[in-house]
Design a protein around this ligand. Sequence first.
Ligand code: ADP
Length: 326
Amino acid sequence: NLEKDLAFTHIKRPAKSILCMPIKYKGKIQAFLYLENHVLLNAFSNVQLELLRLISTQMAVTLENTEIYNELDNRVKERTISLDQMNVSLKDANERLAINEQERKKLLQSISHELRSPLTSTLGYIESILDGVVQNPEQQIYYLQRSRERLIALNRLIQDLFELAKLEAGRMDFSFTKVSVHEFFEEFAYRFEANVLGANLSYSASGNLQPNQYVLIDLLRMEQVISNFISNAIKYTEKGRISLKMSVEDGELVCIVEDSGIGIPEHELPFIFDSYFRASNSNVLNSHGIGLAICKEIITQHHGKIYADSKETGSRFYFTLPIQSI
Ligand code: ADP
């Protein structure tokens, strides 16, 4: 049976003496050491038996070593791969840190300039009145009015800076309410019409929205986003029109503000929502490049997305908000 089991098919003649020793490893027989003699009966003595036992024990140890070695080898390979991956991500993180550091420096420079310049000019106006350099009462009033304007703008800039910092740090509280998309449109469709008409531009609002579809929004923050889109549109549109359009597409509310203004160079569009980014078209005083970054943070907190595209005929700023399942 043993011969059959072990499939020693090459053996033609039956053996006269057989010595067979199993090689056991992990409680299982892994192989056999097999000796046979075709000439003598009782050919094997205790000496050969002991020798075979020794060899089979050694082979079992070798098997164990091989497995441990393979396992170690695999582990070393796995660790090397994960170390390589860690190295790559550390390199990326370092590069990002270096870029952030450069941006932080640029940003500090630009903020300190924007804070300093209105303060310096206001101080100049006030000192020239107090030192008696400007004595004409009309001129004094003119200087005081300019000072007030610059301080109001400075105050707004400081508020925006705080707001952006709070939003970016996730420390801004939102008060979400469920509003139907129809109500949303009604709420904002004509809210800013007067501002647009006041800038001698034409205005239109259009929307085809169902009352049974809802969005989860903070109304005040949404007003801030749409108002920012519209006031930018007014700033960068000399003549023509501004329109507000809302629709629901693929399970999302889409809100678009379109203008017929000066447009934005295509290569600058990818950066338009970055904090403190001003496109090369921006020569307007009181432009800080913070408004759109705030809008992006607000829309992101609403799980929505924000976009801008532009042609020579004007720009389109829009955001999407997920429609809520009822
Ligand atoms: P700000 O208007 O205070 O500079 P924003 O973050 O609101 O800051 O806008 C960033 C820049 O995007 C602006 O400086 C301007 O260059 C550009 N921009 C925004 N809206 C428009 C628009 N409707 N048309 C043309 N350019 C725009």
